[in-house]
Design a protein around this ligand. Structure first.
Ligand code: XBP
Ligand code: MG
Length: 277
């Protein structure tokens, strides 16, 4: 399968007048919420148990498996190594899809039960950006229904109106670290990468965003804190809140205690200046 190509708009050179920050594109898992260890991992394990599989992904094993993005892809990767016969049998594609659907249902219930909250500063920043008229989008490898459950649990009635464009799951064939999901979102928004800023948490995430030409802010989590995020605008512990400061771990300085629109604009201007020939 060939990688998606950027559209004419997103591929053209960013000129000075295009360079003002228009949109922020958020990753989901690990960025909006710490969903992996206590959400997706738990849901995978429960789905395995309910399907008669004796697989159990420990916190450490799951950390290694996160290099494979996408839940179906992660299951296939594991099965290839530990139970290849399951992939060689007739109907294996249906087996895999059913197992992943079960996992997604379990995950949705976990999230709707309130097991997973948004990370610090996420709701505050999203509301500030919306209020200021910034355009917001999502670029994630996760399944759309899982994202919808997270947004509903976190934002209630606001959930459906927060993001103008949502690029999720199988909307593109090649998941992160391929840039395809970012190209897809940029095409829907008719924006050039230099007009946007991405917020990510992982190496596949920053690779995807940077390959699409997006300046990228990193908020780390327990699974990604030790990664080398070279090329990030800034690397911080989280978005921070008044009275609960974010810590800067690398890249451009963070002026105050927390990330707000003014800070995003400063970082974005710096990225545009650095990319000027
Ligand atoms: C992280 C992922 C996802 C989740 C599992 O996505 O790789 O696959 O781990 O979700 P993000 P699904 O790009 O938001 O960091 O089982 O729905 O694929
Ligand atoms: Mg992520």
């Amino acid at each position: 399968m060939t990688s998606e190509q950027p559209n004419e708009h997103s591929a053209r050179a960013t000129t000075a007048c295009e360079a003002a920050l228009q949109a922020v594109i958020f990753d989901v898992d690990g960025t909006l919420a710490d969903t992996e260890r206590d959400g997706h991992r738990v849901a995978f394990n429960r789905a395995f148990a309910q399907s008669g599989l004796d697989w159990n992904w420990s916190v450490a094993t799951y950390g290694e498996l996160l290099a494979v993005t996408g839940g179906k892809e992660r299951i296939r990767h594991f099965a290839t190594r530990h139970a290849p016969q399951l992939l060689n049998q007739t109907g294996s594609a249906t087996w895999l899809a059913d197992l992943h659907n079960l996992k997604s249902t379990i995950y949705a219930n976990l999230v709707l039960d309130g097991t997973i909250g948004l990370r610090p500063g996420v709701a505050r920043l999203i509301r500030e950006l919306r209020g200021a008229g910034l355009r917001l989008a999502v670029a994630t490898t996760t399944t759309r229904s899982s994202l919808d459950s997270l947004l509903l649990a976190s934002f209630g009635d606001e959930a459906g109106s927060l993001f103008e464009v949502i690029g999720a799951g199988d909307v593109v064939a090649d998941k992160k670290p391929a840039p395809d999901i970012y190209h897809w979102v940029l095409r829907q928004m008719k924006l050039a990468p230099g007009e946007c800023l991405a917020v990510e948490d992982s190496l596949p995430g920053i690779r995807a965003a940077r390959a699409a030409g997006l300046p990228t802010l990193i908020t780390v989590n327990a699974y990604t804190a030790d990664e080398d995020f070279a090329g990030a605008l800034s690397i911080i512990s989280d978005l921070g809140e008044p009275g609960a400061p974010a810590r800067r771990l690398g890249g451009q300085p963070l002026a105050g205690e927390y990330v707000d629109l003014a800070q995003l604009r400063r970082w974005h201007r710096q990225a545009v200046a650095d990319s000027d020939p």
